[in-house]
Design a protein around this ligand. Structure first.
Ligand code: AMP
Ligand code: GLY
Length: 423
């Protein structure tokens, strides 16, 4: 089989690495890819939003399966475009990717189908939002309706902050038209857990749990980022939580989408908060998480291509999804200054130290090949992953492995997965 993967981050590297294990696969292409992906796939310079370019390439190379890693093309309807051309593609159509593409849609869906989530209201005008804030309780959470690179969520401690937030989202349009509509919701507290799942329209199969560290600095301080590290499984994802979510969240979400005439095929990523009133859905994503994928896929036993095909064909009920009984930790090596200002173009050394090192992986995020050398090319540069018999062992090994890679402005958090193994 020939496979095309669309995207260029650590998530896509992990997907490409997993696809490469499949005996069915003879060739992998990635658009646009990065330096690490380039070692296992042929990278082609087509942007993820260039649907015509992607379709033309898939036809020319007779691609058997295209896997969309990123949210933007999914929400923009890349799957519909591929299907119209008779091309086989993994991911939700636009009418289902809206589960991630519109927070107002997903909140209304949860309300209608009694899926546990924070109480909320939706607003189309700044005046109405500000009036509502006059009598609200604080803290409160403001969310831009549309895609905003994970940055469209503002947690506001006071009325003044919230008023300022409405201005930022709806008047200054910091996230463009993503802020035309906003959701204002109840502030919740609790542990966060990410659960990824495969869905074929009817059947849902849950992967192992994971947890992301979104803040830039140790102790969950600093600005929100795309994710500074992950661990899997989450010890807070207990059998009780699993049972609750199987009863009230997972299948209920798939069935709700089907009832709305929006059959969901692809990955649903459940962002859960374990509150003292039980698990609640913080958000849905319509794709693999980044960097959750980097700790989940190395623990997955199945041939992932079989699972992708079962989702497309509606035969996921016949797949027995299996994960190793161990743990994995991913530490992101970033450029100092991320997520704000940082320099790039620095040479990265030490990759050879990972050759033939079993249970260790270096997934590339922001890297590129320049004059035969791999250089930094983004805020998040690499995800260093280690597997171990438990979280403590995996964390120790992942941090040991971060020492094997060097580049000039290397920055990482030192507390990924810290203090969780005794939970
Ligand atoms: P989201 O993109 O909706 O997952 O929001 C990003 C992050 O904001 C989440 O991972 C939480 O840490 C936080 N967050 C979102 N909604 C709430 C809420 N209702 N209460 C508390 N924190 C929230
Ligand atoms: N790690 C969070 C996300 O992928 O949205």
């Amino acid at each position: 089989m020939k496979v095309l993967i669309v995207g260029s981050g650590g998530r896509e590297h992990a997907i490409a690495w997993k696809v490469a294990q499949s005996e069915k696969v003879e060739k992998i292409y990635c658009a646009p890819g990065n330096a690490g992906i380039g070692e296992i796939a042929e990278c082609v310079d087509i942007a993820a939003m260039d649907f015509d370019g992607l379709v033309a390439f898939a036809k020319e190379k007779q691609i058997d399966l295209t896997i969309i890693g990123m949210d933007d093309p999914l929400v923009g309807g890349v799957v519909d475009v591929f299907e119209k051309e008779g091309l086989r593609v993994f991911g939700p159509r636009a009418n289902a990717a809206i589960l991630e593409g519109s927070k107002a849609f997903s909140k209304d869906l949860m309300k209608k189908y009694n899926i546990p989530t924070a109480a909320y209201e939706t607003f189309d005008t700044p005046e109405a939002a500000m009036e509502y804030l006059e009598t609200s309780e604080y803290p409160i959470v403001l969310k831009a309706d549309g895609l905003a690179l994970g940055k469209g969520v503002l947690i506001c401690n006071t009325k003044e902050e919230a008023m300022e937030g409405v201005k930022t989202l709806m008047l200054d349009k910091q996230f463009g038209c993503a802020g035309n509509t906003i959701v204002i919701e109840e502030f919740m507290t609790g542990r966060e857990v990410s659960v990824l799942s495969f869905v074929d329209g009817n059947t849902i199969k849950i992967m192992t749990s994971a947890q992301d560290h979104k803040r830039a600095k140790d102790g969950d301080l600093g600005l929100n980022t795309g994710g500074m590290g992950t661990f899997s499984p989450s010890p807070f994802y207990t059998d009780e939580v699993d049972k609750f979510c199987k009863e009230y969240v997972y299948q209920a979400s798939v069935d709700a989408m089907k009832s709305e005439g929006r059959e969901f095929k692809g990955i649903i990523f459940f962002g859960l908060m374990l509150t003292d009133k039980g698990p609640k859905v913080l958000e849905y994503n319509a794709r693999f998480g980044d960097p959750e994928t980097q700790v989940v896929l190395p623990r997955m036993k199945n041939d992932i291509v079989d699972v992708f095909e079962a989702c497309i064909d509606g035969t996921l009920d016949q797949i027995n999804l299996e994960f190793e009984d161990n743990a994995a930790v991913c530490v992101v090596l970033a450029s100092d200054g991320y997520p704000e200002h940082y320099d790039k173009g620095f040479k990265i050394t030490g990759f050879e130290n990972f050759k033939d090192k079993e249970g260790y992986y270096v997934f590339h995020a922001g890297t590129k090949l320049q004059d035969g050398e791999i250089v930094t090319n983004g805020g998040r540069v690499l995800g260093v992953v280690a597997k171990g018999e438990n979280l403590k062992a995996a964390r120790a090994d992942a941090y040991e492995a971060t020492k094997l890679i060097e580049f000039e402005n290397k920055y990482m958090r030192n507390d990924i997965g810290k203090g969780i193994d005794e939970a």
